[in-house]
Design a protein around this ligand. Structure first.
Ligand SMILES: [Zn+2]
Length: 188
């Protein structure tokens, strides 16, 4: 089963009030209101921008992964770089390069997960998009079927990047969204 381009932004879009919203407030209004409560209790931690643990975590944007809780991270500990799939794209390399060369990180942790949306779409997604909007996206969808293999590919892209200063501590994992456990992926 594949998710068509039109299925992602077309007729299935609910026209009613989105879940969790109150009255006419949009979801963004909710977030802004939450921020006002957050700021009221906020104290400047006086932190440097350099991540305390010297690590950058690249992960899927999946809503079920609470990276800080799942990895025992505190504010200021790490850089988190997230996208659909947690794949290592040129833009991920851009962020990692700045993370390492300007902000002192040395370790890279890659986290993909079970039940990823990228396992249910294919590169046909690009063609369907082109048919719908008349323009082919410049980016690859980065769909995959074997999550372990995709983690290996992501690790390889980091390790072989000419731009990164530190590629000796790169480890990859699959997060199980049902158990909350990480499973490490080895190179073989
Ligand atoms: Zn995912």
């Amino acid at each position: 089963m594949s998710i068509s381009a039109s299925g992602l932004n077309g007729p299935s879009e609910p026209s009613a009030t989105p879940p969790g919203s109150a009255g006419t407030a949009s979801v963004t209004d909710r977030l802004v209101a939450a921020n006002q409560r957050y700021a009221a209790a906020f104290h400047d931690p006086g932190m440097d921008a350099q991540p305390v643990l010297g690590v950058a975590v690249v992960a899927c944007m999946d809503a079920r992964i609470d990276l800080h809780k799942a990895l025992g991270l505190e504010l200021g500990d790490c850089h988190t770089i997230r996208n659909a799939g947690g794949v290592v794209t040129d833009d991920t390399i851009r962020s990692l390069t700045i993370s390492q060369r300007a902000l002192g990180t040395r370790s890279v942790v890659l986290i993909h997960h079970t039940g990823c949306g990228l396992q249910s779409i294919t590169e046909d997604f690009r063609r369907e998009l082109e048919q719908e909007v008349g323009q082919r996206p410049t980016w690859a969808v980065e769909a995959f079927t074997d999550v372990d293999q995709d983690v290996r590919q992501s690790m390889a892209r980091v390790r072989t990047s000419p731009f990164l200063a530190h590629t000796d501590d790169v480890r990859g994992f699959v997060f199980d969204v049902r158990t909350g456990l990480l499973r490490e992926i080895t190179n073989s």
